[in-house]
Design a protein around this ligand. Structure first.
Ligand code: 13P
Length: 294
């Protein structure tokens, strides 16, 4: 463990900095199974999506406890937390200079304007946010967000210098019909529509199969790996192998302290997007530690 990193120093893309850590053997083997022959090393990424849980005092307490547990120690991993919007500023204060990124659970597709009830990526950035989730399945399904809306949100996030974490994933019916990979491929293609290679270099992709979210039914490491490898191969086709090898692709859906290590050991799984377990300091800390040793 070395010096704590300031969130401002965290790289927007997944590539470890020149002066950064020497790649571990585990990280160096991450590209083995995707068809991308790139030697770049990806920095693990773990996000905690708090969804619509908690209240102000609990959000601040959770943040303070996270800072104490992992804020200055798990420095080999990019860690982000996504509190509900009304608590963003208070959570940002509680984070202080800890090496934990602050993020919004969504952002508008516009930087400002007459969009009642929405929160612009610029506002998230104004409160110290560095990241925004876009395309979470709960928004796609509860609010009918289309692929085109998700793409517009990713573009808006980038325009406000936020890192978009683009969420994709198939439903159980789509998986059972044998269409999981086609569905995910279509979502990724649509979300990246019109983005330049440097922009995609700042993106994180979260593969979250809908049937695994909040159900306790986690994808097997093999299932996660095959979706992640497909996404990385697609990035290679749409852009180039070097870029594809540098983009973090993280898994979400019933990740727990008990199953994180085996999921993160899959070569193209670069970390996780955590729902329920991110509300418990010990569980989330242990998942972040699992990512650091993956
Ligand atoms: P759970 O970890 O509760 O399954 O939620 C995953 C998720 O939706 C993260 O965005």
């Amino acid at each position: 463990m070395g010096q704590a990193r300031n969130p401002d120093d965290l790289l927007p893309s997944g590539v470890v900095s020149e002066e950064g850590d020497v790649p571990s053997p585990g990280k160096a083997t991450r590209n083995r199974k995707s068809r991308i022959g790139c030697m770049s090393t990806r920095r693990p990424y773990v996000g905690g999506n708090w969804k619509m849980h908690g209240e102000l005092a609990a959000a601040v307490e959770l943040t303070e406890n996270l800072v104490a547990a992992i804020g200055n120690t798990v420095i080999e991993v990019d860690i982000a937390i996504f509190p509900p919007f009304p608590y963003l500023q208070a959570v940002g204060h509680a984070l202080g200079h800890a090496a934990i990124l602050l993020g919004g659970q969504d952002c508008a597709a516009h930087l400002e304007g007459a969009h009642t009830g929405q929160t612009s990526p610029a506002m998230i950035a104004d409160l110290g946010g560095k990241v925004a989730l876009v395309g979470h399945s709960e928004r796609r399904h509860e609010l009918g967000e289309s692929d085109a809306v998700v793409a517009a949100k990713a573009r808006a996030a980038l325009a406000a210098e936020l890192q978009p974490v683009i969420c994709v994933g198939e439903t159980l019916a789509q998986r059972e019909a044998g269409n999981a990979l086609q569905v995910v491929e279509k979502q990724v293609r649509a979300a990246l529509e019109g983005l330049s290679a440097p922009q995609v270099g700042r993106v994180v992709v979260a593969y979250e199969p809908v049937w695994a979210i909040g159900t306790g039914m986690t994808a097997t490491p093999d299932d996660a790996q095959s979706a992640h490898a497909m996404i990385r191969t697609l990035l290679g086709e749409l852009y180039d192998a070097q870029l594809a090898g540098s983009v973090r692709i993280i898994y979400g859906g019933s990740v727990k302290a008990a199953n994180a290590a085996e999921l993160f050991a899959a070569p193209d799984v670069d970390g996780g997007l955590i729902g329920g377990a991110s509300l418990k300091v010990e569980d989330f800390s242990s998942i972040c530690r699992a990512a650091s040793s993956s």
